[in-house]
Design a binder for this molecule. Structure first.
Ligand code: FAD
Length: 400
């Protein structure tokens, strides 16, 4: 049985490795359009951008691993078509047959329209190793960078730029940074952190356009203000890579729609990672995180081999900014109140509740709160708000 994987990223790599770990002996072909072997993206806006991590530490597995595991890696070539009826994909002019196909095509950063300067040289997005290598030379002390978008990736890039001695301005259209993903408490904490380090955080501030002749030289804001810049980073979210699936006639719904097994509307085609949406508490969800990419891909590998086990997402995420390690467990959507817990020293955590139900926790430099919160959520336990706020020993809540 030949399994073909389209997309050699976090999910694709996990899927291939898991197939072998579960005893699949047939062919595995993994096709990637990037030239690099499967690598981790989180350091691209953190340690790697800062220059504190070598490139080869990004690789998810050593090059030998793929050879030893008999995973045929073909890099630098996009898959251009799927023929679900004939069970083939087209890559570099070749037509390749599959028994099972897995789409782990990830996502692409949203770009600003060219009409408002989005295509000017000096305007960058942060998704691939090539993106970061292209912008690295811009990070020189004393230069000015505008970050468009106050989400995690933009804020991480802002922190790196600030650490390297650049003058940083974050421009966020919404009333607060991280509005889409976090509570006002978390936004306030992160904003204060950036401001202490001298980052200018402009919220409720729309971008009218980027300006420049041969390359970007600044931005004009909706309120008419003009900001000079030596370069610009755009971090305004991502869109799932669904074009191949769409052209093949697969069902889409905020991504490639799968059932709880990870199977798409075609029984021989599966999907996992940033590009896939799956059933979740009566609706559908698509997650953009390493944890989800790995867990969902591993579930798909098992199901390709016939396990028949529904994917149980256990969302978690992290972000590093300055000396802040933010760890998030659960999903906060639908929360109606927040409980704040002070940890040791500077540690603090925000616990999201809907009624009496604990949904999620954001832990700031508080690994214990994160670990306990994650376990509680997975166990379906919801301690009372006052217990969370004041329990002397959080770990004790896991017992009984
Ligand atoms: P990817 O890793 O993007 O892999 C998909 C691959 O498929 C890509 O190489 C793509 O080019 C390729 N592809 C697409 N179409 C084709 C085609 N037609 N043919 C061949 N190949 C194709 N998550 C966290 O949990 N914590 C973090 O701190 C964090 N930080 C991040 C920082 C940055 C800068 C970025 C960009 C992401 C970060 N993430 C973080 C998110 C995390 O990296 C992604 O959720 C994860 O990489 C998703 O894995 P994936 O396999 O779905 O997609």
């Amino acid at each position: 049985m030949r399994v073909v994987i389209v997309g050699a990223g976090q999910a694709g790599a996990a899927l291939a490795a898991k197939l072998r770990a579960l005893g699949h002996t047939g062919e595995i072909v993994m096709l990637g359009d990037e030239p690099a072997p499967p690598y981790q993206r989180p350091p691209l806006s953190k340690a790697y951008l800062l220059g504190e991590m070598e490139e080869d530490r990004l690789w998810l597995r050593s090059p030998d691993f793929w050879v030893e595991q008999r995973v045929e890696l073909r890099l630098g070539q996009p898959v251009t078509a799927i023929d679900p009826a004939g069970r083939t994909v087209t890559v570099g002019g070749e037509v390749l047959a599959y028994d099972h196909l897995a789409l782990t095509t990830g996502s692409s950063p949203r770009r600003l329209p060219a009409a408002i300067g989005g295509a000017l040289p000096g305007v960058y997005t942060v998704r691939t190793l090539a993106d970061v290598d292209a912008m690295r030379g811009e990070f020189r002390p004393g230069r000015r960078v505008i970050i468009v978008g106050g989400g995690y990736i933009g804020l991480e890039a802002a922190a790196v730029a600030s650490k390297l001695g650049l003058a940083v301005t974050v421009v966020e259209m919404a009333p607060r940074i991280l509005q889409r993903v976090a509570s006002p408490e978390t936004s306030d904490y992160v904003r204060a952190l950036h401001q202490v380090h001298g980052v200018a955080v402009l919220e409720s501030t729309g971008l009218d356009r980027l300006v420049g002749e041969d390359r970007v030289t600044g931005a004009v804001l909706k309120d008419g203000r003009e900001l000079p810049a030596d370069f610009v980073i755009v971090g305004v979210g991502i869109t799932p890579n669904t074009a191949l699936a769409e052209a093949a006639g697969l069902a889409l719904d905020n991504g490639i729609a799968t059932d709880e097994m990870g199977r798409t509307s075609d029984p021989a085609i599966w999907s996992a990672g940033d590009c896939a949406s799956f059933p979740w508490v009566g609706g559908r969800i698509r997650l953009e995180s390493v944890g989800n990419a790995i867990d969902q891909a591993e579930a798909v590998a098992a199901n390709i081999l016939g396990a028949g086990e529904p994917y149980q997402a256990k969302p978690w995420f992290w972000s590093d900014q300055f000396d802040l390690k933010l760890q998030i467990a659960g999903l906060n959507s639908g929360y109606d109140h927040i409980v704040t817990r002070k940890g040791e020293g500077e540690a603090v955590s925000f616990w999201y509740y809907r009624g009496d139900a604990l949904l999620a926790v954001d832990a700031m430099n508080d690994p214990r709160a994160y670990m306990v919160g994650k376990r509680l959520i997975e166990m379906g336990k919801s301690p009372a708000a006052e217990v969370i706020a004041s329990a002397p020993d959080l770990k004790a809540l896991l017992k009984g």
